[in-house]
Structure formats: C-alpha cells, structure tokens
Design a protein around this ligand. Structure first.
Ligand code: ADP
Length: 493
C-alpha cells in the first residue's frame, strides 16, 4: 500500500451518481442530494434521488429480467464465470474502490481496503464457487413415488444496506442472491452509495445482464420505502437500525407479505474474567473491538463487562491501549480511527455521552468531538465506567466510539448482565478455563460468541442475530436459504 497512490486517487473529482435501471444509467425523478464527505464536511458530489416511479421501473425491469431467464435460467456454471469476473474486477480496482468509499463514509483506509473491496471480492468468489455445488434432494418415500426437492431462485430481491461497510455488507446480500439466479434491486444508504454505484458498473462490465442488477439511490423514507412496499419484490434483505427494521415489516404486511430478513445491530457484551490468559492482550482487543471504524460496526463490543477483582487494573490498561489510538484523516495509512459518518451521527454520539453522565456514568476517557478545525466529523474514543443496567448507554446501540464498562462478581452475574438487553448479535468471552468458555457459549444469547479474541470472522461462518438483532444469516452456505425457495415434486411411478 502506497500513500502517494491513495493521495492521487483522493484528489480526483467524483462523478455525480445516477440510477442503474434495466441496464441503463439514468437521472432520478426525485432530484439530487449532495454527498458530504465526513473527512472535511465538504461536498463530494451529488446522488440521484429515485422517486417511487423510478423504483417501480427498477423492480419491473428486475422482474422482466428474471422472467426472461437469461440469468435466472443460465447454467450455474455460467453465472459462476460472470461472478468470478466481477471478483477479478473488484480486485483490480480495489484501491480506487477503497479510496472512494473512505471519502464517502470515513472508514480508516487500512481497514477499508481489507474490509471493503477485499471482503467483497472474496464474497463474490465464495458464492460463485458454491452455486454449482448445491444439490437438490430425493426424499425417502415409498418406492411407488419419487419425491424431489428442488431449490429455486425466489425472483426479485430488494436489498437495503447501511453506510458503515457498504461494499462488504452489500456483497453479503448481492453475491448469494445473484449466484442463486435472482434479480436484485439495491438501495444503498444516503451517506455511502458511491462504491456500490461503482460496483454496479463493474457488474455490467463482468457480464451481468441488463435488469438483473439495479441500483436506486435516495432517501430511506422515499426510495427505501417504495422498494419495501413494492409488489414486485419477493424477498427483502436489510441491514440497519431496529426502527427501520420495524417499518420494513409493516411495509411487508401492507403490501405482498414479502419475506424480510433483518440484521439490526447490537449492544454486544465483551466479558473479561479475572482468569483471562493475557489481560494485556484482552485490553488491547477490547479497545479495537469498539473503536475501529469509530465504533460504527454492528458487532462492536460496546459493553465491556469486567470481573471486579481486575476491574480497575483492566480499565487502566484499556485507557493506556486506547491512548495510542487517535482519530485522524481516514485517508492516511497510519490512522486507526477514522471519521464519524455524518454530523447527525456525531451529535447522537455526544448526546449518549451526556446522558450517560447524567445517569451516573463516569467518563474516564474522551467524550468530546475531535478535529473540529478540519470541518469533518471526528470523535475521541470514549470510555464510560460505572454504567448500570438501567442506563441508556447499557441498553441502546450508539453506533459510535463509546464504550460502556460495568463490573461483575460472578459468572452468573456476568451472564445475567450480558443477556440483559433486547439485542443478541455478538459477544466476547476472555477466560483460560475451557469449561467456562463452553458454559458461556451456551448461556449467551447471541449470534456469534468470540472466545479469547473479539471480532474475527470470514465468509465461511454465518452472521446473524437473535432477539431484536434480527433474523436470517449473511455469509456461509446458510445465506443461500434466504435467496432460494424449496419446491417439491411428487411423482407417481
Ligand atoms: P442508520 O440509523 O444506521 O442510518 P437506517 O436504518 O436509518 O440506519 O438506514 C439503513 C438503510 O435503511 C439506509 O439505506 C436507509 O436509507 C434505509 N432506510 C431508512 N429508513 C427507511 C424506510 N423507512 N424504509 C426503507 N428504507 C429505509
């Protein structure tokens, strides 16, 4: 990686965004919205606002492409070849995509390179390879009948994605949906659409046929709502806030009962027992678990539960580890904490800190806006100790660099505190006891439990939540279940 190459790319103007509908790039009927870079608060370009009529055209074109069968009825090996070509193109344009994404959403570049184009290319390859290895079933029926279980594409998939890792999360949904033969209409987030528009250009170059992949940008309450209400959408997949997730279920009920798969974030506990094998390593990991990408990570370890006997020493080690992590220009390779995505998000983060203090939490580090002179949106990594289960900071997702610390005395209390939230996405456990680790894995209500690490993952394992963190899974072969229907053939012999 080369800072000069990053700087050269970052100096280039960004073309204005348009909509991809039926294979053509078009203006939006809803006008345009400026894109503000969180790096310096300046206007980067504009996005097209797709009106409900634009969305209706996109979903109709997606349906027509599905019915026409050029993609949906192509041999799996043919779709595989195109998706591999797309992965090649993402790799070839990785630096360009990473820089564009960082200018749009503020993620630190060293992380964005791996987590965005790197991960997206890997995800397209994974589902490209998977799709010609998925078999149907022959049922164990009586000998005079043949029961065949087919797996079919569902039709049109609507995907609404957030702004924290648009390429990675977008690929988690687009890749298995396309691999299975569906058409897709994608609605990126207002503050992170640019890389997904570029991905769509690369998809066309790779040979995805017109109408199979469509992108409609615009406000959630207009463009997203129209997509979620569309009678042409068979399955809606979403990553974002719980409030929007609730609305999507209502839109589904009000329209065609489309299936909704929701990934809704978390308030994930990172639990440190006094018998952790390496408390210094645990302290460093606890810092990165919450502060990378300025805390804008759905699985962030945002609640730190520490056994009381090591609490004070651990918080001191955590503060020391965090002191080396300063927010900075996310386009610099050495920056460990990038920008907060938007001014609104920053204001919300600061409100959480004020509320935590009012409720009795002690801010032991940070708590303030940083680098205001740049015009961008930055926040110091913030640690609040003495956070109790009744506090807002214990229960609600900040989606920012704010860590809540709570002491506990026993394993039972740790489990009670860990599960005392409406969320259930991720958790971490630090202990040298194998027996305790397994007890905790069973007791924690979460989609993923990390042991003696926090946040490691790859495309081979499913990611999804329990409780109000959502339903359904991204990644792994399980994700294909969302994008396929079972069909039984019962044949009298
Ligand atoms: P966040 O609070 O993290 O921005 P949101 O749930 O608001 O999360 O946004 C995630 C995605 O959902 C974005 O693409 C956004 O435009 C979209 N969205 C927001 N509101 C709605 C809505 N009412 N209907 C459909 N999509 C929406």
């Amino acid at each position: 990686m080369d800072q000069a190459a990053i700087d050269r790319l970052a100096a280039q103007p960004v073309p204005k965004g348009r909509l991809l509908i039926g294979g053509a790039w078009v203006e939006g009927q809803g006008g345009e919205t400026p894109v503000i870079s969180p790096i310096d608060g300046r206007i980067l370009t504009t996005l097209a606002n797709a009106s409900p009529e634009d969305v209706a055209r996109a979903t109709a074109d997606a349906r027509a492409a599905f019915e026409a069968g050029r993609w949906s009825r192509a041999a799996p090996a043919a779709r595989k070849a195109v998706l591999h070509r797309l992965a090649d193109l993402i790799e070839r344009h990785a630096l360009e995509l990473a820089v564009l994404g960082v200018r749009d959403n503020g993620t630190e570049i060293f992380m964005a390179l791996k987590a965005e184009p790197g991960s997206a290319a890997g995800t397209f390859r994974y589902y490209a390879e998977a799709i010609d290895k998925v078999y149907g079933e022959i049922a164990p029926t009586a000998p005079n009948v043949l029961g065949l279980v087919h797996r079919e594409a569902v039709g049109v998939v609507g995907a609404i994605v957030p702004w924290n890792f648009p390429l990675m999360i977008g690929a988690w949904k687009i890749a298995p949906a396309l691999a299975a033969g569906n058409s897709v209409v994608l609605k990126p987030a207002e503050t992170a659409s640019l890389t997904l528009l570029r991905l769509a250009e690369l998809a066309i170059e790779a040979g995805v046929p017109p109408g199979v992949f469509n992108v409609v940008t615009g406000p959630g309450r207009v463009t997203g709502e129209a997509l979620a209400l569309s009678p042409d959408v068979d399955v809606l997949v979403f990553t974002g806030s719980g409030a929007t997730g609730r609305r999507l279920l209502e839109y589904s009920a009000r329209s065609n009962l489309k299936r909704c798969y929701l990934e809704l974030g978390g308030k994930s506990p990172n639990i440190v027992f006094a018998d952790a094998p390496d408390l210094a390593a645990a302290a460093k990991a606890a810092a990165t678990a919450i502060f990378r990408n300025a805390g804008q990570v759905c699985v962030a370890g945002s609640r730190l539960l520490v056994e009381r006997s090591v609490h004070d020493a651990f918080v001191a080690a955590l503060c020391a580890a965090t002191a080396t992590m300063r927010p900075g220009n996310p386009l610099h390779l050495s920056t460990q904490i990038g920008a907060v995505n938007s001014e609104t998000q920053l204001a919300g983060n600061l409100r959480f800190v004020a509320d935590a203090q009012a409720e009795g939490g002690q801010v032991v580090l940070g708590g303030t806006r940083a680098l205001a002179e740049t015009g961008g949106f930055y926040m110091d990594p913030t640690i609040v100790a003495g956070v109790a289960p009744g506090h807002r900071l214990f229960r609600e997702e900040v989606f920012g660099p704010v860590l809540a610390v709570t002491p506990f005395d026993t394993e039972d209390e740790a489990i009670r505190l860990a599960n005392a939230t409406d969320y259930g996405l991720a958790a971490g456990v630090w202990t040298a006891s194998l027996a305790r680790a397994h007890r905790m894995i069973r007791a924690l209500r979460a989609g993923v439990v990390h042991v003696n690490t926090y946040g490691g993952t790859d495309v081979t394992v499913p990611l999804g939540g329990v409780k109000q963190s959502g339903n359904g899974h991204d990644k792994s072969l399980h994700a294909l279940e969302k994008y396929t229907d079972l069909k039984t053939a019962w044949i009298q012999l």
